[in-house]
Design a binder for this molecule. Structure first.
Ligand code: F6P
Length: 360
């Protein structure tokens, strides 16, 4: 009897259920229901630490391809705290995970997650557990894969937000800032910004100069355009802040008297241009709802590829996108790195050729 665990960890995103289904269905196809038990570990690493799980039967996979969120639940368990023993419950998390892996009699765990999740997956590998991981995040910032599942669905939603803002911005002749997620990477803002026809795109990888933003806005007004749209990443940073040493930068940014950088920017734009400026923050909307068809296919492909690695006992790898192929990348190479937007990316180059300003 084979016993394979599956867990989803970190922020949720579209395509998680499709990926769970991909892994589990392919394993059931290969081993048959009599020779396989799939164990759905609850709420990410939390469930592995506390031994919370339930059997995932074939019937549980029906109807989940199109479903957002994760049927297994998820939680954030910061990597940096994995080896820290909580005073409250006095649990050695790593020891508990190893113990429960043994108790559950697992042959391997398929782990679906983003950067922090991959680091813990690698830690479990180092501790001798068999793991295979899948790249999940709307941020698309996972090193080792050209694409993560969840990203394209989030781009769809963020683009739709910009499209809707366009009509109201035009009617009122306002400047609108649409603040998008992405953590420290600008992928989501870059793609949605281009797809939504934003006039200015600000991403963490290219620190912006307020003067350049104002110049672009004024030039638009002078050319007869009564509105402007800015797609701003939640991690966007001004040149002024970016030039500070890390510690000072953190302190300075913590003192910004606005909920986020977009509100500060809106205030500065209103002051400099006199134009009414509004901020829209779609927030967790970007992670919600049904996966787009691209993500359904990608999650299914990554899921079946992960199952194949498990069947072939090629543990310790993350399945990844390379061109049109799905490949295996060693977890030790993935863990601890992030994939940001290269500033010489042809996508940025193309956006610049369209006249989009990046604030530099
Ligand atoms: O990593 C996905 C993400 O949505 C980021 O884009 C964002 O910075 C973060 O998670 C938000 O985290 P939480 O859901 O914990 O607020």
């Amino acid at each position: 009897m084979k016993r394979i665990g599956i867990l989803t960890s970190g922020g949720d995103c579209q395509g998680l259920n499709a990926a769970i289904r991909g892994v589990a269905k392919a394993l059931y196809e290969h081993y048959g229901e009599e020779k396989l038990e799939i164990i759905g570990i609850q709420d990410g690493y939390k469930g592995l630490i506390h031994g919370q799980y339930k059997k995932l039967e074939k019937k549980d996979l029906s109807g989940i391809l199109t479903m957002g969120g994760t049927i297994l639940g998820t939680s954030r368990q910061p990597f940096k705290l994995m080896r820290v023993i909580d005073e409250a419950d006095n649990v050695d998390k790593v020891a508990a995970m190893k113990e429960n892996y043994k108790k559950m009699k697992l042959d391997c765990i398929a782990i679906l997650g983003g950067n922090g999740t991959q680091k813990t997956a690698n830690l479990l590998r180092e501790e001798g557990l068999n793991v295979v991981s899948l790249p999940k995040t709307i941020d698309n910032d996972l090193w080792g894969t050209e694409m993560t599942f969840g990203f394209q669905s989030a781009v769809d939603i963020a683009t739709n937000v910009i499209d809707c803002i366009h009509t109201t911005a035009t009617s009122h002749g306002r400047v609108f800032i649409v603040e998008l997620m992405g953590h420290k990477a600008g992928w989501l803002t870059l793609y949605a910004g281009i797809a939504g026809g934003a006039d200015i795109i600000l991403i963490p990888e290219i620190p912006y100069d307020l003067k350049s933003v104002i110049k672009t806005l004024k030039a638009r007004t002078e050319s007869g355009k009564n509105f402007s749209i800015l797609a701003v990443a939640e991690g966007a940073i001004s040149k002024e802040y970016a030039s500070l040493p890390k510690k000072q930068r953190k302190q300075a940014m913590a003192q910004i008297p606005y909920p986020s950088i977009s509100y500060k920017l809106a205030h500065e734009i209103e002051e400099a241009t006199g134009q009414e400026t509004r901020v829209t923050v779609p927030g967790h909307f970007q992670r919600g709802g049904s996966p787009c068809p691209y993500d359904r296919v990608l999650s299914s492909r990554l899921g079946t590829a992960a199952a194949q690695l498990i069947i072939e006992k090629k543990y310790g790898n993350m399945v990844a996108v390379k061109g049109n192929d799905i490949v295996a990348v060693p977890l030790e190479e993935v863990a601890g790195k992030i994939k940001t937007v290269p500033t010489d990316s042809p996508v940025i180059q193309s956006a610049r050729e369209l006249g989009i300003c990046f604030g530099d």
